[in-house]
Write a protein that binds this ligand. Structure first.
Ligand code: SAM
Length: 244
């Protein structure tokens, strides 16, 4: 089983620490996009976390099941109203199978990068495809690797620098596409620190993984409101479709 980085401490403040991701407009755009794709079928969220997207999607009338490695994140979800409508399985979303078939599987907020080997990421595509009905869709929201922002010879890039918060990425393995994200923040006068590894992945590599899993790219946008994806896009929302 992979190491759990979203432990009790991270889970307790997860919602409060990512306020921009919990903005009603951001959640609404995401849920609308996913609800359209799910149609009358069921949806499977890989890395369901505290239910940021699953709960409002379920309120829209889509039946949602989630997989997550972290009992602490799931406990946060299950303490929220509406959680009783959502089935949850504790496990690794690269390998864990749940009962049923789905018209939609989705993996948002860069969570594919939590799988830190190519094998695991391919396994995730195979697992998503195995749960989908023919014609069903797999959606990923993830950043485009930002290598252009690292000056030559540098392996560290800070992206939040305030008196009470420092976030920076550290590329520890360029060929293996491994970047560690480090976070330091002062809360109630105490310094808190957390670090976790991620695997950067290019859109084209994801397309190849989809092909290996019997899916083909149907749409790629730079955001949930279907803004065009260009060479300047910093992230993408991609939809692959399982063969009929
Ligand atoms: C960035 S959070 C995203 C949570 C939620 N999807 C959201 O959008 O707020 C990533 C979640 O994926 C879970 N996770 C990471 N790696 C996993 C794995 N291999 N299998 C299952 N869950 C995993 C973490 O426990 C965490 O809850």
């Amino acid at each position: 089983m992979p190491k759990i980085y979203f432990d009790e401490r991270i889970a307790a403040t997860y919602d409060a620490d990512s306020p921009e991701m919990f903005e009603p407009a951001v959640v609404e755009e995401t849920v609308s996009f996913l609800a359209d794709l799910a149609g009358a079928g069921d949806a499977l969220e890989l890395g369901i976390g505290t239910g940021r997207i699953a709960l409002p999607l379920s309120r829209r009338g889509v039946r949602v099941h989630g997989i997550d490695l972290s009992p602490a994140m799931i406990a946060q979800l299950q303490a929220k109203p509406g959680a009783e409508e959502i089935g949850v399985t504790v496990g690794d979303f690269a390998t864990t199978r749940v009962e049923g078939t789905f018209t939609l599987a989705y993996l948002v907020y860069n969570t594919i990068m939590n799988l830190t080997t190519q094998d695991e990421q391919v396994g995730c595509f195979l697992n998503a495809a195995a749960h989908l009905e023919p014609g069903g869709c797999f959606v990923i929201e993830v950043g485009v690797p930002d290598l252009r922002r690292y000056p030559p010879g540098e392996t560290v890039r800070a992206f939040t620098v305030t008196p009470t918060r420092l976030d920076f990425d550290e590329y520890t393995d360029f060929p293996g596409q491994i970047v560690w994200s480090h976070h330091y923040w002062v809360r109630d006068g105490q310094l808190e620190v957390s670090s976790a590894p991620y695997r950067d992945v290019w859109p084209s590599e994801l397309d190849l993984m989809a092909r290996i899993a019997g899916m083909r790219l149907r749409e790629r946008w730079s955001g949930w409101t279907r803004e065009p994806f260009t060479g300047e896009s910093t992230s993408h929302v991609s939809v692959w479709e399982k063969a009929e």
